[in-house]
Design a protein around this ligand. Structure first.
Ligand SMILES: NC(=O)C1=CN([C@@H]2O[C@H](COP(=O)(O)OP(=O)(O)OC[C@H]3O[C@@H](n4cnc5c(N)ncnc54)[C@H](OP(=O)(O)O)[C@@H]3O)[C@@H](O)[C@H]2O)C=CC1
Ligand SMILES: O=C(O)CCC(=O)C(=O)O
Length: 481
């Protein structure tokens, strides 16, 4: 993280001055935030959904207006390159316009009743107060993915952003405030996850928790929500792989691998951390990959020519270094990278050289555990069937990709890969907001974000029977056998 010119501490020590918003920092403040969200919920849920959606549409317009300023902010606080920071905000904008459209849908069902003069239907109702616990890697997009559909559906929200990116979250909430959202509809609490985040998850008046982050924390959140009967949506990362078959367009596959493995410095839950290469192209593709990787430019995210930016913090850098020791001990070869980058100004930040590990086998920890850094493991296969077996040999199931020109293999892969997302001839990253986002196995707990699936996450079904037989009713009941 590079955060010159940002006095993060001052964000933490002051309340937002906005008319409708407050930010909260202690457990006592969590209670206040929940109370505020609970109170606002009683009014917000009754505002027609198309009107609620108009606020979110305005947030989209405001994000567009403030895009460049926000991108600078993300880049300086979180560290990602400016072009990627713009993408982060664009996801928020896309999500705003998409979610706003849902305000005029929120479709229910009608179905014939068993009885005469009776009408049967379902309507969607909001859930209540939603706690949104978010990570640092997409400091604008992920809060938007959660908050926008939640609000359109009639819920009120409390955002607990990562402690690494409090300023981005505060900026985002200021933008929501500018849209004119009523008091208490959107609340922000800063603070350490184990205290403030946990207090939110445990709070009896929170009805839903939507969490994105590590498997360890996600499991704890899930346990508490299970015990307290809260709805919980968990998104906990992946060990995503890209397969490159012998008939693939290698230049295209190379673009995908570079972007998938090293985009956002590998700090994406969808990052390509395994490359499954067919024996026939392995040597050639590995050389192409090493050549291109060695030319990637490391630097501060806000420098326009930077391709690989810093890792978020010292702890994460140490974690990546630790995995290099593990890789060596397990017998993997480090073909390129494998160490901290300290040339010139790079020594002032948490830079790690983009790394390619070779001779990785399925049982190695570097093939099984989420590293969350610029590291990709190469695994060789001799057949398509082996490639599918290896891609599925993981506890996670978020994103996946295959490069092939064989339409039959592409369709089999689409059917047989155990993941929430499969790309054919595209990298494992780059989700679009109008399609469901999430994974199978230990990546999540069956919920999806984005797309119309987000509406399922943030609403309850109510079944309504309307009897319109009036004075005829008694006679009908009497005639029933
Ligand atoms: N799936 C994904 O997109 C992401 C996955 N990760 C994975 O997680 C690893 C560690 O990253 P880290 O940032 O520590 O991830 P965490 O899972 O710890 O943090 C994610 C969010 O949860 C909060 N939190 C932490 N502990 C609790 C708790 N007990 N109750 C409620 N909320 C809590 C954090 O707050 P605070 O920041 O204050 O600790 C943050 O807002 C990474 O190496 C990577 O493997 C990380 C980020 C995103
Ligand atoms: O690149 C993508 O597909 C989205 C990544 C993302 O949302 C994440 O890493 O949390």
């Amino acid at each position: 993280m590079i955060c010159e010119n940002l006095s993060i501490l001052s964000w933490r020590s002051q309340r937002l001055g906005g008319l409708f918003f407050q930010s909260f920092f202690t457990n006592a403040d969590v209670n206040q935030a929940v109370e505020s969200a609970r109170k606002a919920y009683q009014t917000w849920r009754k505002i027609p959904a198309p009107t609620r959606a108009e606020y979110i549409f305005r947030v989209g317009e405001l994000l567009l207006q403030h895009k460049e300023e926000l991108a600078q902010f993300i880049s300086r606080e979180m560290g990602k390159p400016l072009t990627e920071a713009r993408g982060d905000i664009q996801e928020g904008i896309d999500c705003a316009f998409y979610s706003a459209g849902e305000g005029r849908r929120l479709f229910g069902q009608t179905t014939p009743s068993e009885m005469p003069n009776k009408f049967a239907m379902t309507v969607r109702t909001p859930i209540g107060v939603c706690a949104l616990i978010t990570p640092w890697n997409f400091p604008i997009a992920i809060p938007c993915w959660k908050a926008m559909p939640a609000l359109v559906c009639g819920n009120t929200v409390i955002l607990k952003p990562a402690e690494e990116t409090p300023a981005c979250a505060t900026k985002l909430v200021e933008i929501f405030a500018l849209s004119g959202l009523p008091d208490g509809v959107f609340n922000l609490v800063h603070g350490v996850g184990e205290e403030v985040g946990k207090a939110l998850v445990e709070h009896p008046d929170v009805n839903l928790v939507s969490f994105t982050g590590s498997s360890e924390t996600g499991s704890q959140v899930g346990e508490i929500c299970g015990r307290t009967h809260k709805r919980v949506c968990l998104e906990m990362g992946g060990k995503n792989a890209q397969i490159v078959m012998e008939d693939a367009d290698l230049e295209l596959a190379l673009d995908g691998a570079i972007w998938g493995a090293f985009g956002t410095t590998g700090q994406r839950c969808t990052a390509t951390s395994r490359l499954i290469l067919h024996h026939d192209i392995k040597a050639k593709f590995t050389k192409m990959l090493c050549d291109r990787t060695s030319k990637l430019r490391l630097g501060a995210g806000y420098n326009v020519d930077t391709e690989i930016a810093a890792i978020i913090n010292q702890r994460q850098l140490e974690r990546v270094c630790k995995y290099m020791d593990i890789a060596r001990a397990e017998g993997a070869n480090i073909l390129i990278g494998g160490e901290i980058a300290a040339e010139g100004n790079l020594k002032d930040g948490y830079f790690f050289k983009p790394t390619i590990l070779d001779n990785v086998t399925p049982q190695m920890r570097v093939a099984r555990e989420e590293i969350f850094g610029p590291v990709v493991a190469l695994m060789e296969v001799k057949s398509f069937e082996d490639a599918i077996a290896i891609i599925n040999d993981t506890n996670y199931g978020l994103s996946s990709s295959i490069y092939t020109r064989d339409i039959n293999k592409a369709f089999v892969a689409m059917r047989d890969i155990e993941a929430g997302i499969t790309y054919i001839n595209g990298p494992t990253i780059g989700a679009e907001v109008h399609l469901p986002f999430g994974g199978v196995k230990q990546t999540g707990n069956g919920h999806r974000e984005a797309g119309s699936a987000a509406i399922d996450t943030f609403t309850e079904w109510k079944t309504v029977y309307v009897d319109f037989s009036g004075s005829l009713q008694r006679a009908q009941i009497d005639n029933r056998e």
